[in-house]
Design a protein around this ligand. Structure first.
Ligand code: NAD
Length: 428
């Protein structure tokens, strides 16, 4: 047992920020870990933290400096794996929490990875394409020493995309002297990317959403869905729900909230966002000025798919949905979890609900190693099977132990990670 004064201060932010939420989640699961609980401190300390200065020359000739991170939370079960976020609010606490949730997620769905995450505190919308490329290349060079196809494999997250993965792959390869496609996933198809990867996270959200709906006796056809964050995850999940007969009645993004009780025209909304970068000004719905009203939307399924710490003790009481599908990482605080549990709302936690992305990233990495590529049908079938199995086994454990799906997913994951830790033993 470590005494409190021996723990670095940045690791002890219980109740503060996303890392504080994560620590609370680990404390909640510890009583269920039996003898493995003696290893639980492993989950509370990232294995490796790299903070880098990322300088770039702006188009106007000035020099700008940005702070970047890569955190490898745990590698007991395999190489680090997790996205890279470009966003103006990125902090070390956030990247630490996101890396830890990757450890839990990868173990919960049993893909052979540890957990990692990276990010740069920057608003990518303020950079030109050339500046974005220079930023990405410099960041990749700075974290080059700890990433690699067998060490740590980045992927897209908020504010990053296929193009940024292509630049990361190229930069790593140039530094190494040979093309290394397996160093990142979420690449363009022409560079060793996988069919189905772009849609995988949203598809996974949809698959577990259908499973959860069966458990709650809810018909997807005609169900009302509200989505926060209409990017890669929220946008794709919304489309799949609409294709299955549901209605998307509210969408919120970083600038605005639009609602239409009879259902928004998703194709028109996608086209509007493509053109303007936001749902703001969409003429096919009513704009709502008070952002908090979004949570009180009359809906059956709520999909937070933007950022962490969105559903809090302040707004959880107003939520009317029967099911919450956590497309985002860490959208619900532990206090909100308790309020929603008491209200009987079924939460499919992030570490299961959004695991479709890393699952198909795993397929991409396997395909890159073998240079043999699968069809989209094969990928979607395997993805669907893994998501359904993960949901079913976590559901079963939750019933057996009378705990939430989140606690059940954490029990499964922490057990796998800490068993690996124990079997490997400590070196030296
Ligand atoms: P994205 O950049 O494609 O889209 C983000 C969306 O969130 C945009 O619509 C943006 O307008 C909106 N947004 C940003 N700030 C907001 C705010 N304060 N309030 C409301 N909306 C806001 O990002 P993404 O890849 O869709 O990721 C969304 C979430 O899903 C993140 O939590 C991410 O970690 C998680 N996730 C992504 C993947 C993936 O494969 N992309 C996988 C697993 C989890």
């Amino acid at each position: 047992m470590t005494s409190k004064h021996e723990v670095p201060s940045y690791l002890t932010s219980h109740g503060i920020g996303p890392w504080g939420d994560y620590l609370e989640q680990i404390d909640r699961v510890t009583p269920y870990l039996g003898n493995l609980a003696r290893w639980v401190e492993t989950m509370k300390r990232p294995k490796r933290i790299l903070i880098v200065d990322v300088p770039i020359e702006r188009d106007n000739g000035t020099i700008a400096h940005f702070e970047g991170y890569r955190v490898q939370h745990n590698t007991s079960r395999g190489p680090g794996k997790g996205g890279v976020r470009f966003h103006q609010d990125v902090t070390l606490s956030e990247v630490m929490a996101l890396s830890a949730w990757m450890t839990v997620k990868n173990a919960a769905v049993n893909v052979p990875y540890g957990g990692a995450k990276g990010g740069i505190r920057v608003d990518p919308k303020t950079l030109s394409r050339g500046e974005l490329m220079r930023l990405t290349r410099r960041y990749t060079s700075e974290i080059n020493i700890i990433i690699g196809p067998n060490k740590d494999i980045p992927a897209p997250d908020v504010g990053t995309n296929e193009q940024i993965m292509a630049w990361m792959m190229d930069t790593f390869s140039m530094n190494q002297g040979s093309t290394s496609s397996g160093v990142v996933t979420g690449k363009p198809i022409s560079l060793g990317g996988s069919l189905g990867r772009r849609e995988a996270t949203g598809r996974g959200v949809f698959v577990v959403g259908c499973e959860a709906a069966v458990k709650r006796g809810l018909e997807i056809k005609g169900a009302k869905v509200a989505v926060q964050g209409f990017g890669n995850v929220g946008g794709i999940a919304a489309r799949l729900f609409v294709d299955a007969g549901a209605k998307v009645v509210a969408v919120q993004d970083h600038l605005s909230t639009v609602v239409r009780d009879s259902g928004l025209d998703i194709d028109a909304l996608h086209a509007h966002i493509e053109k303007t970068g936001s749902v703001k000004g969409f003429s096919g719905g009513d704009e709502v000025a008070d952002r908090q009203q979004f949570w009180a939307t009359d809906c059956d399924i709520l999909i937070p798919a933007a950022l962490e710490q969105q559903i809090t003790a302040e707004n959880a009481g107003s939520i009317r949905a029967k099911i919450i599908l956590e497309g985002a990482n860490g959208p619900t605080s532990p206090a909100a979890d308790d309020i929603l549990h008491d209200k009987g709302v079924l939460i499919v936690p992030d570490v299961i609900a959004n695991a479709g992305g890393v699952t198909v990233s795993y397929f991409e990495w396997v395909q890159d190693f073998s240079s043999f590529f699968w069809t989209e049908d094969e990928i979607n079938l395997r993805l669907t099977r893994i998501m359904r199995e993960a949901f079913a086994s976590v559901w079963h454990l939750a019933e057996e132990k009378n705990v939430s799906l989140r606690t059940a997913a954490f029990i499964t994951a922490c057990t796998r990670v800490l068993q690996a830790r124990e079997m490997r033993g400590l070196y030296p």
